[in-house]
Write a protein that binds this ligand. Structure first.
Ligand SMILES: Cc1ncc(COP(=O)(O)O)c(C=O)c1O
Length: 398
Protein backbone atom coordinates (compact mmCIF):
# COMPACT_ATOMS: atom_id res chain seq x y z
CA UNK A 1 0.00 0.00 0.00
CA UNK A 2 1.42 3.39 -0.92
CA UNK A 3 1.22 6.55 1.17
CA UNK A 4 -2.13 8.11 0.28
CA UNK A 5 -5.32 9.25 1.92
CA UNK A 6 -6.34 5.56 1.75
CA UNK A 7 -3.47 4.49 3.99
CA UNK A 8 -4.92 3.57 7.38
CA UNK A 9 -1.66 4.47 9.17
CA UNK A 10 -0.78 7.87 10.65
CA UNK A 11 1.43 9.67 8.14
CA UNK A 12 4.25 10.01 10.72
CA UNK A 13 6.82 8.10 8.66
CA UNK A 14 7.67 8.62 5.01
CA UNK A 15 8.56 5.08 4.03
CA UNK A 16 10.01 3.62 0.86
CA UNK A 17 7.83 1.03 -0.84
CA UNK A 18 9.65 -1.88 0.72
CA UNK A 19 7.95 -4.75 2.49
CA UNK A 20 9.83 -7.41 4.40
CA UNK A 21 8.33 -10.82 4.91
CA UNK A 22 10.91 -12.52 7.06
CA UNK A 23 14.39 -12.22 8.46
CA UNK A 24 17.27 -14.55 9.18
CA UNK A 25 20.53 -13.58 10.84
CA UNK A 26 21.79 -10.32 9.32
CA UNK A 27 19.36 -10.42 6.37
CA UNK A 28 15.82 -9.29 5.72
CA UNK A 29 13.85 -10.80 2.81
CA UNK A 30 11.36 -8.71 0.86
CA UNK A 31 8.04 -9.77 -0.65
CA UNK A 32 9.99 -10.14 -3.91
CA UNK A 33 12.24 -12.55 -1.99
CA UNK A 34 15.22 -10.22 -2.34
CA UNK A 35 17.80 -10.36 0.46
CA UNK A 36 18.79 -7.10 2.13
CA UNK A 37 21.86 -6.87 4.35
CA UNK A 38 20.34 -5.37 7.48
CA UNK A 39 22.77 -2.96 9.19
CA UNK A 40 19.84 -0.99 10.59
CA UNK A 41 18.88 -3.85 12.91
CA UNK A 42 15.62 -2.11 13.77
CA UNK A 43 17.83 0.84 14.85
CA UNK A 44 19.99 -1.19 17.23
CA UNK A 45 17.14 -3.47 18.32
CA UNK A 46 17.82 -6.83 16.65
CA UNK A 47 20.99 -7.24 18.69
CA UNK A 48 21.42 -10.89 17.67
CA UNK A 49 20.00 -10.62 14.17
CA UNK A 50 16.68 -11.97 12.99
CA UNK A 51 15.11 -15.21 14.18
CA UNK A 52 18.02 -16.25 16.39
CA UNK A 53 17.20 -19.90 17.17
CA UNK A 54 17.76 -19.49 20.92
CA UNK A 55 15.48 -16.45 21.10
CA UNK A 56 12.82 -18.21 19.04
CA UNK A 57 13.05 -21.19 21.41
CA UNK A 58 12.82 -18.97 24.52
CA UNK A 59 9.75 -17.21 23.10
CA UNK A 60 8.08 -20.46 22.03
CA UNK A 61 8.68 -22.08 25.40
CA UNK A 62 7.29 -19.12 27.33
CA UNK A 63 4.35 -18.76 24.92
CA UNK A 64 3.15 -22.20 25.94
CA UNK A 65 3.25 -21.32 29.65
CA UNK A 66 2.08 -17.79 30.28
CA UNK A 67 1.69 -14.73 28.04
CA UNK A 68 0.65 -12.07 30.48
CA UNK A 69 0.07 -11.62 34.14
CA UNK A 70 -0.44 -8.34 35.94
CA UNK A 71 2.37 -6.69 37.83
CA UNK A 72 0.05 -7.08 40.82
CA UNK A 73 1.59 -10.57 41.05
CA UNK A 74 5.10 -12.01 40.89
CA UNK A 75 6.44 -12.73 37.36
CA UNK A 76 9.24 -15.29 37.24
CA UNK A 77 11.02 -14.33 33.95
CA UNK A 78 10.92 -10.69 35.09
CA UNK A 79 12.57 -11.50 38.44
CA UNK A 80 15.24 -13.60 36.71
CA UNK A 81 16.02 -10.88 34.18
CA UNK A 82 16.19 -8.21 36.90
CA UNK A 83 18.59 -10.41 38.87
CA UNK A 84 20.83 -10.83 35.82
CA UNK A 85 20.88 -7.07 35.13
CA UNK A 86 21.65 -6.29 38.77
CA UNK A 87 24.46 -8.89 38.86
CA UNK A 88 26.09 -7.36 35.81
CA UNK A 89 25.73 -3.62 36.42
CA UNK A 90 25.84 -0.86 39.03
CA UNK A 91 22.13 -1.28 39.71
CA UNK A 92 20.35 -2.71 42.74
CA UNK A 93 16.81 -2.57 41.33
CA UNK A 94 15.05 -2.60 37.96
CA UNK A 95 11.67 -1.36 36.70
CA UNK A 96 10.58 -2.91 33.40
CA UNK A 97 8.80 -1.05 30.63
CA UNK A 98 8.13 -1.53 26.90
CA UNK A 99 10.26 1.10 25.18
CA UNK A 100 13.15 3.52 25.45
CA UNK A 101 10.99 6.57 26.08
CA UNK A 102 9.21 4.75 28.90
CA UNK A 103 12.55 3.78 30.43
CA UNK A 104 13.49 7.49 30.35
CA UNK A 105 10.14 8.50 31.86
CA UNK A 106 10.82 6.13 34.74
CA UNK A 107 14.38 7.46 35.09
CA UNK A 108 13.18 11.09 35.19
CA UNK A 109 10.43 10.29 37.70
CA UNK A 110 12.82 8.30 39.89
CA UNK A 111 15.35 11.17 40.05
CA UNK A 112 12.67 13.75 40.82
CA UNK A 113 10.98 11.55 43.38
CA UNK A 114 14.31 10.83 45.10
CA UNK A 115 14.82 14.50 46.00
CA UNK A 116 11.11 14.91 46.78
CA UNK A 117 11.39 12.08 49.31
CA UNK A 118 14.30 13.90 50.90
CA UNK A 119 12.07 16.96 51.39
CA UNK A 120 13.49 18.85 48.40
CA UNK A 121 10.57 18.99 45.97
CA UNK A 122 12.10 22.03 44.24
CA UNK A 123 15.11 20.00 43.11
CA UNK A 124 13.57 18.59 39.94
CA UNK A 125 15.47 20.08 36.98
CA UNK A 126 17.58 18.10 34.51
CA UNK A 127 20.60 19.25 32.55
CA UNK A 128 20.67 17.66 29.07
CA UNK A 129 22.93 18.01 26.04
CA UNK A 130 22.39 19.51 22.60
CA UNK A 131 21.93 16.81 19.97
CA UNK A 132 20.34 14.47 22.51
CA UNK A 133 17.54 12.11 21.64
CA UNK A 134 15.56 10.56 24.47
CA UNK A 135 12.26 9.58 22.81
CA UNK A 136 8.95 11.03 21.66
CA UNK A 137 6.79 11.28 24.79
CA UNK A 138 6.07 14.74 26.17
CA UNK A 139 8.78 14.44 28.85
CA UNK A 140 11.38 12.99 26.53
CA UNK A 141 10.89 15.56 23.75
CA UNK A 142 11.35 18.24 26.41
CA UNK A 143 14.51 16.46 27.57
CA UNK A 144 15.80 16.15 24.00
CA UNK A 145 15.10 19.83 23.41
CA UNK A 146 14.94 19.60 19.61
CA UNK A 147 12.63 22.37 18.39
CA UNK A 148 11.33 20.28 15.48
CA UNK A 149 10.08 17.55 17.83
CA UNK A 150 8.51 20.03 20.29
CA UNK A 151 6.66 22.14 17.71
CA UNK A 152 2.90 22.02 17.89
CA UNK A 153 2.53 20.05 21.07
CA UNK A 154 1.79 22.83 23.53
CA UNK A 155 4.09 24.05 26.27
CA UNK A 156 7.07 21.72 26.75
CA UNK A 157 7.30 19.92 30.07
CA UNK A 158 9.09 22.23 32.47
CA UNK A 159 12.44 21.41 34.01
CA UNK A 160 15.04 20.75 31.31
CA UNK A 161 18.09 22.95 30.76
CA UNK A 162 20.27 22.26 27.74
CA UNK A 163 23.99 22.84 27.28
CA UNK A 164 26.37 22.17 24.34
CA UNK A 165 27.40 18.53 23.96
CA UNK A 166 30.11 17.36 26.39
CA UNK A 167 30.76 20.95 27.58
CA UNK A 168 31.47 20.50 31.28
CA UNK A 169 32.05 24.20 31.92
CA UNK A 170 28.57 24.88 30.57
CA UNK A 171 27.19 22.13 32.83
CA UNK A 172 28.83 23.70 35.86
CA UNK A 173 27.46 27.14 34.99
CA UNK A 174 23.97 25.71 34.50
CA UNK A 175 23.86 23.92 37.88
CA UNK A 176 21.50 25.55 40.37
CA UNK A 177 20.02 24.40 43.71
CA UNK A 178 17.08 23.15 41.60
CA UNK A 179 19.22 20.78 39.52
CA UNK A 180 18.35 17.15 40.28
CA UNK A 181 20.27 15.34 37.57
CA UNK A 182 22.38 15.39 34.45
CA UNK A 183 21.06 13.14 31.67
CA UNK A 184 23.49 11.94 29.01
CA UNK A 185 23.89 9.37 26.25
CA UNK A 186 27.44 7.90 26.41
CA UNK A 187 27.29 7.95 22.60
CA UNK A 188 24.65 10.11 20.95
CA UNK A 189 22.93 7.93 18.34
CA UNK A 190 20.34 10.05 16.54
CA UNK A 191 22.47 13.14 17.24
CA UNK A 192 25.19 11.91 14.87
CA UNK A 193 27.17 9.12 16.63
CA UNK A 194 28.97 11.51 18.96
CA UNK A 195 31.04 9.92 21.72
CA UNK A 196 30.88 11.60 25.13
CA UNK A 197 34.58 11.21 25.94
CA UNK A 198 34.99 8.66 28.80
CA UNK A 199 37.38 10.98 30.67
CA UNK A 200 34.69 13.68 30.57
CA UNK A 201 32.16 11.18 31.92
CA UNK A 202 34.50 10.63 34.87
CA UNK A 203 34.65 14.41 35.44
CA UNK A 204 30.89 14.71 35.03
CA UNK A 205 30.43 12.04 37.72
CA UNK A 206 32.70 14.02 40.05
CA UNK A 207 30.81 17.24 39.27
CA UNK A 208 27.50 15.54 40.07
CA UNK A 209 28.87 14.24 43.37
CA UNK A 210 30.23 17.66 44.28
CA UNK A 211 26.83 19.29 43.76
CA UNK A 212 24.60 16.49 45.08
CA UNK A 213 23.20 15.79 41.62
CA UNK A 214 22.29 12.42 40.14
CA UNK A 215 23.93 11.07 36.99
CA UNK A 216 21.32 9.51 34.71
CA UNK A 217 22.47 7.64 31.61
CA UNK A 218 20.44 7.04 28.50
CA UNK A 219 21.82 3.71 27.28
CA UNK A 220 18.79 2.88 25.18
CA UNK A 221 20.96 2.69 22.06
CA UNK A 222 24.45 2.11 23.56
CA UNK A 223 23.51 -0.62 26.05
CA UNK A 224 23.33 -4.43 25.87
CA UNK A 225 26.67 -4.95 24.18
CA UNK A 226 26.35 -2.38 21.39
CA UNK A 227 29.40 -0.42 22.60
CA UNK A 228 31.51 -3.52 23.21
CA UNK A 229 30.69 -3.63 26.95
CA UNK A 230 27.35 -4.67 28.40
CA UNK A 231 26.77 -0.96 29.15
CA UNK A 232 28.84 1.84 27.64
CA UNK A 233 29.49 3.49 31.02
CA UNK A 234 31.64 0.45 31.85
CA UNK A 235 34.30 1.81 29.46
CA UNK A 236 34.92 4.71 31.83
CA UNK A 237 34.75 2.93 35.18
CA UNK A 238 32.14 5.32 36.62
CA UNK A 239 28.83 4.25 38.14
CA UNK A 240 25.64 6.13 37.27
CA UNK A 241 22.72 6.50 39.70
CA UNK A 242 20.02 5.64 37.18
CA UNK A 243 20.17 4.15 33.67
CA UNK A 244 17.59 3.73 30.91
CA UNK A 245 17.88 0.63 28.72
CA UNK A 246 15.72 -0.65 25.85
CA UNK A 247 16.18 -1.51 22.15
CA UNK A 248 18.71 -4.40 22.10
CA UNK A 249 17.60 -5.77 25.47
CA UNK A 250 14.64 -7.58 23.90
CA UNK A 251 16.45 -8.60 20.71
CA UNK A 252 13.37 -7.45 18.78
CA UNK A 253 10.71 -8.04 21.42
CA UNK A 254 9.47 -4.72 22.91
CA UNK A 255 11.21 -4.36 26.26
CA UNK A 256 12.84 -1.59 28.25
CA UNK A 257 14.24 -1.20 31.73
CA UNK A 258 15.06 1.52 34.21
CA UNK A 259 18.01 0.49 36.37
CA UNK A 260 18.75 2.31 39.61
CA UNK A 261 20.71 2.19 42.83
CA UNK A 262 18.98 1.17 46.02
CA UNK A 263 19.15 4.73 47.29
CA UNK A 264 17.45 6.39 44.31
CA UNK A 265 14.86 3.68 43.67
CA UNK A 266 13.79 3.49 47.33
CA UNK A 267 11.65 6.61 46.80
CA UNK A 268 9.56 4.74 44.19
CA UNK A 269 7.22 3.23 46.77
CA UNK A 270 3.91 1.47 45.96
CA UNK A 271 1.62 3.73 43.98
CA UNK A 272 4.32 6.01 42.54
CA UNK A 273 4.70 4.24 39.19
CA UNK A 274 3.26 1.34 37.23
CA UNK A 275 2.85 -0.36 33.88
CA UNK A 276 0.35 -2.89 32.57
CA UNK A 277 2.70 -4.54 30.11
CA UNK A 278 6.14 -3.65 31.49
CA UNK A 279 8.01 -6.81 32.39
CA UNK A 280 5.63 -9.04 30.44
CA UNK A 281 6.62 -12.74 30.71
CA UNK A 282 7.16 -13.18 26.95
CA UNK A 283 9.36 -10.07 26.71
CA UNK A 284 11.39 -10.99 29.78
CA UNK A 285 11.89 -14.61 28.72
CA UNK A 286 13.39 -13.36 25.45
CA UNK A 287 15.37 -10.61 27.24
CA UNK A 288 16.84 -13.17 29.61
CA UNK A 289 18.05 -15.31 26.71
CA UNK A 290 19.51 -12.20 24.99
CA UNK A 291 21.54 -11.51 28.14
CA UNK A 292 22.50 -15.18 28.53
CA UNK A 293 24.03 -15.05 25.04
CA UNK A 294 25.68 -11.63 25.32
CA UNK A 295 27.21 -12.46 28.69
CA UNK A 296 28.59 -15.81 27.54
CA UNK A 297 32.38 -16.07 27.75
CA UNK A 298 33.98 -14.46 24.72
CA UNK A 299 30.86 -12.84 23.23
CA UNK A 300 31.73 -9.22 24.04
CA UNK A 301 35.39 -9.85 23.16
CA UNK A 302 34.15 -10.95 19.74
CA UNK A 303 32.04 -7.77 19.43
CA UNK A 304 35.19 -5.73 20.08
CA UNK A 305 37.19 -7.72 17.53
CA UNK A 306 34.41 -7.30 14.97
CA UNK A 307 34.32 -3.57 15.68
CA UNK A 308 38.07 -3.26 15.14
CA UNK A 309 37.91 -5.25 11.93
CA UNK A 310 34.98 -3.18 10.65
CA UNK A 311 36.79 0.06 11.47
CA UNK A 312 39.87 -1.15 9.56
CA UNK A 313 37.81 -2.10 6.53
CA UNK A 314 35.90 1.19 6.68
CA UNK A 315 39.16 3.15 6.96
CA UNK A 316 40.28 1.66 3.64
CA UNK A 317 36.90 2.59 2.18
CA UNK A 318 37.24 6.18 3.41
CA UNK A 319 40.73 6.38 1.85
CA UNK A 320 39.38 5.43 -1.56
CA UNK A 321 36.30 7.66 -1.37
CA UNK A 322 37.45 10.89 0.28
CA UNK A 323 35.22 12.93 -2.03
CA UNK A 324 32.14 11.28 -0.43
CA UNK A 325 33.09 9.99 3.03
CA UNK A 326 34.76 12.29 5.54
CA UNK A 327 35.46 10.03 8.50
CA UNK A 328 34.41 7.12 10.71
CA UNK A 329 32.79 7.74 14.08
CA UNK A 330 31.57 5.70 17.00
CA UNK A 331 32.36 2.83 19.27
CA UNK A 332 31.76 -0.92 19.26
CA UNK A 333 29.12 -1.70 16.67
CA UNK A 334 27.51 1.72 16.91
CA UNK A 335 29.51 3.17 14.07
CA UNK A 336 28.88 6.06 11.73
CA UNK A 337 30.19 7.35 8.44
CA UNK A 338 30.39 11.11 8.37
CA UNK A 339 29.43 11.95 4.79
CA UNK A 340 30.17 14.90 2.53
CA UNK A 341 26.93 14.22 0.65
CA UNK A 342 23.32 14.23 1.90
CA UNK A 343 22.81 11.12 4.01
CA UNK A 344 19.25 10.49 2.78
CA UNK A 345 20.52 10.30 -0.80
CA UNK A 346 23.36 7.98 0.17
CA UNK A 347 21.02 5.77 2.21
CA UNK A 348 18.72 5.45 -0.83
CA UNK A 349 21.66 4.42 -3.05
CA UNK A 350 22.67 1.84 -0.47
CA UNK A 351 19.14 0.51 -0.47
CA UNK A 352 19.45 0.03 -4.24
CA UNK A 353 22.48 -2.12 -3.38
CA UNK A 354 20.20 -4.11 -1.03
CA UNK A 355 21.71 -2.82 2.17
CA UNK A 356 19.92 -1.04 5.00
CA UNK A 357 21.57 1.53 7.28
CA UNK A 358 19.83 4.41 9.08
CA UNK A 359 20.65 8.10 8.96
CA UNK A 360 21.63 10.22 11.94
CA UNK A 361 22.03 13.97 12.26
CA UNK A 362 24.69 16.01 10.44
CA UNK A 363 24.90 13.68 7.44
CA UNK A 364 26.06 10.69 9.39
CA UNK A 365 25.11 7.23 8.19
CA UNK A 366 24.82 4.80 11.10
CA UNK A 367 26.11 1.27 10.73
CA UNK A 368 24.39 -0.96 13.28
CA UNK A 369 24.99 -4.60 12.35
CA UNK A 370 23.79 -7.34 14.63
CA UNK A 371 26.39 -7.96 17.36
CA UNK A 372 27.00 -11.44 15.95
CA UNK A 373 27.65 -10.30 12.37
CA UNK A 374 30.44 -12.06 10.47
CA UNK A 375 33.62 -10.89 8.73
CA UNK A 376 32.04 -11.91 5.39
CA UNK A 377 29.05 -9.69 6.09
CA UNK A 378 31.37 -6.78 6.89
CA UNK A 379 33.08 -7.32 3.52
CA UNK A 380 29.71 -7.41 1.81
CA UNK A 381 28.70 -4.16 3.55
CA UNK A 382 31.93 -2.46 2.47
CA UNK A 383 31.43 -3.63 -1.14
CA UNK A 384 27.91 -2.25 -1.15
CA UNK A 385 29.05 1.08 0.31
CA UNK A 386 31.82 1.21 -2.31
CA UNK A 387 29.25 0.52 -5.01
CA UNK A 388 26.96 3.26 -3.68
CA UNK A 389 29.92 5.67 -3.83
CA UNK A 390 30.62 4.74 -7.48
CA UNK A 391 26.96 5.16 -8.44
CA UNK A 392 26.87 8.54 -6.74
CA UNK A 393 30.05 9.64 -8.50
CA UNK A 394 28.75 8.49 -11.90
CA UNK A 395 25.51 10.36 -11.24
CA UNK A 396 27.29 13.62 -10.45
CA UNK A 397 29.65 13.27 -13.46
CA UNK A 398 26.77 12.94 -15.93
C1 LIG B 1 19.28 7.16 23.00
C2 LIG B 1 17.81 6.92 22.85
N1 LIG B 1 16.99 7.16 23.87
C3 LIG B 1 15.67 6.94 23.79
C4 LIG B 1 15.09 6.47 22.64
C5 LIG B 1 13.61 6.24 22.57
O1 LIG B 1 13.35 4.88 22.48
P1 LIG B 1 11.91 4.37 21.97
O2 LIG B 1 11.80 4.74 20.54
O3 LIG B 1 11.97 2.88 22.21
O4 LIG B 1 10.89 5.03 22.82
C6 LIG B 1 15.91 6.19 21.53
C7 LIG B 1 15.33 5.71 20.26
O5 LIG B 1 15.89 5.82 19.21
C8 LIG B 1 17.30 6.42 21.64
O6 LIG B 1 18.13 6.18 20.62
Amino acid sequence: MSASSQNPLFPTYSKPDLLFQYGKGSYLYSDKDEAYLDFTSGIAVNSLGHAHPRLVAALEEQSKKLWHVSNLYRIEPQEKLAEKLVQNSFADHVFFVNSGAEALECAIKTARRYFYSKGDAEKYRFITFEGAFHGRTLATIAAGGKAQYLEGFGPPLEGFDQVPFADLEAVEKMISPKTAAVLVEPVQGEGGVNIFPPEKLVKLRALCDEHNILLVLDEVQTGIGRSGKLFAYQHSGIRPDILASAKGIGGGFPLGACLATHETSSAMVPGTHGSTFGGNPLACAVGLEVLNIILEDGFLEQVNKTSLLFKQKLAALVDGNRDIIDSIKGEGLLLGLSLKVPVQKFGALLMEQKMLAPAAANDVLRLLPPLNTTAEELDEACNKIEQACSTLRQGTQK
